[in-house]
Design a protein around this ligand. Structure first.
Ligand code: ATP
Length: 368
């Protein structure tokens, strides 16, 4: 345990609604930590499409170095469809960070906050609480920037490696075990397309090898198309889903949809030595500057960061602060009955942030 040193958090607000949700998130963090007296040293750094436009570099060396030495990275959102590399692809330094820092486990919790209207009538009486683990450094995304296009043909390549898959499955199985201890099903499902592609048969085989060490868990498999169907039809059956990068990209947005929208869905990209915490959403240029962005996913991502830091560095007060954020978010929707714009209501960034801050200030839990 390293209870003495101040933990460093690199803040990368990014583009579009990124800075709009990061601003209130820093206030929420400060309030939950009790004025920031203890614990975290926050520093802000430039990256993203605006940074590329200004400096010709989307992820400057100084920002990458700050991310490398930080204990955690908190990211808003990056990218702007109007700013592109010469080959036409979008600026996405958040994807570069995953590869640079070896963040193989993309953790996307799907939990419907009580009090919010269910997106699907079938889930109205059910508690939805499952986690999608998206492999975040290889799979089809290995091909990013390397695909070939001729007049008649385009090719991309999907790569599955044993070392990354083993670490990914160990991570997912450990999470399944932790959740089982908390009363969840203890079910970990490998999501693939092993009936069609050899790469996915290989992926599934490695899953089975690693799962053999967890006989107390129900480790099973499902094809990605069937999982998409069941995420709409009976999502309460899932506990932990673990899958390839592209499949996880798609399924986690489907999960965000179940929660009510992109602004509700937090995420973490975790490796052995580093972790980035950011909302599932992108920079949402269609609503940037309008005050309509839902900051909830950003707040919940910050709570995930505090929990991760608390466990990794033996700092229980950070877990307490995370609990304060989660409780305040829940009360904002269950008690104050705010309805975010993306769910058809009129609560935008400022209204949601104000109420979350109010509940943190009045929750009766002693700040850290
Ligand atoms: P990326 O590819 O960079 O992840 P994306 O294509 O998934 O981005 P988003 O930027 O996430 O796109 O936006 C998808 C839709 O969700 C848009 O209509 C956007 O306005 C909406 N959206 C995203 N984030 C939020 C938010 N925090 N609050 C409200 N609406 C949001």
């Amino acid at each position: 345990m390293d209870a003495d040193h101040q933990l460093r958090v690199a803040i990368l607000a990014g583009d579009g609604i990124g800075p709009e949700v990061m601003g209130p998130c820093l206030e929420v963090l400060d309030a939950a930590l009790g004025g920031g007296a203890d614990g975290l040293a926050l520093t802000s750094h430039e990256a993203g499409a605006g940074c590329y436009r200004r400096h010709g570099d989307a992820l400057p060396a100084a920002t990458l170095e700050a991310a490398r030495v930080a204990d955690a990275i908190l990211l808003g959102a990056m990218g702007d469809p109007r700013v592109r590399y010469p080959d036409g692809t979008e600026i996405a330094p958040q994807l570069d960070l995953r590869v640079e820092l070896g963040l193989y486990a993309g953790v996307r919790p799907v939990r419907v906050i009580p009090g919010l209207p269910p997106v699907l009538a079938a889930t109205a009486a059910r508690a939805l609480d499952f986690v999608v683990i998206r492999e975040s450094t290889e799979g089809l995304f290995t091909s990013r920037g390397r695909g070939t296009v001729t007049t008649d043909e385009a090719r991309e390549q999907l790569v599955i490696t044993r070392p990354t898959s083993e670490r990914l499955f160990d991570f997912a199985l450990r999470l399944g075990e932790q959740r089982r201890a908390q009363g969840f099903q203890g079910r970990v499902t490998c999501v693939d397309k092993a009936n069609v592609f050899r790469a996915f048969a290989f992926f599934r085989q490695i899953f089975d090898e690693r799962a053999a060490a967890y006989p107390q868990l129900n480790a099973d498999h499902a094809y990605v198309d069937a999982v998409a169907l069941d995420m709409v039809r009976r999502p309460w059956r899932f506990d932990v889903l673990v899958t390839e990068n592209m499949f996880g990209d798609i399924l986690s947005d489907l999960g965000a949809g179940l929660m009510g929208g992109m602004g509700m869905a937090p995420s973490a990209d975790i490796g052995d030595d580093h972790a980035v915490f950011q909302p599932c959403h992108g920079s949402a240029p269609d609503i940037a500057g309008s005050g309509r962005a839902n900051p909830t996913a950003m707040f919940l991502s910050a709570a995930m960061m505090l929990e991760w830091l608390a466990e990794r560095h033996g700092r229980p007060p950070l877990a307490t602060a995370a609990g304060r954020i989660r409780a305040a978010v829940d009360r904002t929707f269950a008690e104050a009955k705010l309805l975010p714009v993306e769910l058809g209501g009129d609560a935008g960034t400022a209204a949601i942030s104000t109420v979350v801050l109010h509940f943190i200030a009045t929750d009766g839990v002693a700040p850290c």
